[in-house]
Design a protein around this ligand. Structure first.
Ligand code: ADP
Ligand code: ADP
Length: 225
């Protein structure tokens, strides 16, 4: 079952200006249910741009994005927003948790926004926290958590609305190697449990080698590694 399809994606910044940069030049990628793909490339190659387009946070200049079989070429902004909220989970290098809310609330709030009742949302949030080993941190605010704990909570938040697609941009990029390993392990077991489809950008070739498949961004196109 195809969850993400990118076809002929092109993206340039500052078009027609002296500082124009063609970041994506015909990128193709198809990822199926349960598949975890590593996206590897040097910094500046366009990984964030590609993930933002795949996650419907940005639009391509040309090419097609389809999520769970739905092609989004002619979709309205409203439809894109609904799909992004329901079907896509995002994890960034820095956690982006809301500082004034507890870990639990950070996972509950997106579910309330999506129409889930509070009791069910809290139950799911606690189960997610437990699955990555941070249930004892439920009532802590992000500032009281270690970097590794913050990222594990960020994964839970990304999974809050049971998306079909998880996109992660250097999710362990600001952690030391040992923490990075633990956090990556937690992410992988969460992904495996849910049969999620994931695209994970990383500089870490050892982590990349533990995913199902690797693709590299090379001059704006995706090539198998
Ligand atoms: P990566 O995630 O691989 O580091 P990015 O997708 O962030 O790469 O950026 C790819 C290239 O596009 C870089 O040269 C970057 O400077 C440029 N770029 C990214 N975002 C913008 C923007 N909003 N405006 C202009 N250039 C941008
Ligand atoms: P809008 O205000 O356009 O309806 P959202 O409320 O969905 O957009 O998202 C607000 C911001 O949150 C976005 O600009 C983006 O940076 C971030 N964001 C959107 N979707 C996600 C997601 N699935 N996971 C994490 N961050 C997201």
């Amino acid at each position: 079952e195809e969850i993400l399809r990118l076809e002929g994606i092109e993206k340039r910044y500052n078009p027609g200006r002296p500082n124009e940069v063609a970041v994506l030049r015909g990128a193709d990628l198809t990822v199926g249910r349960g598949e975890v793909v590593a996206l590897v490339a040097p910094s500046g190659a366009g990984k964030s741009t590609l993930l933002h387009i795949a996650g419907l946070l940005d639009t391509a200049d040309r090419g097609e994005v389809a999520i769970a079989g739905e092609a989004l070429g002619a979709a309205s902004d409203r439809r894109r927003t609904i799909l992004r909220r329901q079907e896509v989970g995002f994890v960034y290098q820095f956690h982006h948790l809301l500082p004034e809310f507890t870990a639990l609330e950070n996972i509950v709030l997106p579910q309330l926004a999506n129409g889930t009742a509070r009791a069910a949302a809290e139950e799911r949030a606690r189960a997610l926290l437990a699955s990555v080993g941070v249930e004892s941190r439920a009532e802590h605010r992000p500032a009281a958590l270690s970097g590794g704990e913050q990222q594990r909570v960020a994964f839970c938040r990304a999974m809050a609305n049971t998306p079909k697609l998880l996109l992660a941009d250097e999710p362990t990029g600001n952690l030391d190697p040992a923490t990075s390993d633990t956090v990556f392990g937690a992410l992988m077991s969460l992904v495996r449990e849910t049969g999620l489809c994931a695209v994970i950008a990383t500089h870490n070739l050892e982590l990349a080698s533990r995913m199902d498949r690797q693709v590299r961004l090379d001059e704006g196109r995706l090539v198998p590694v």
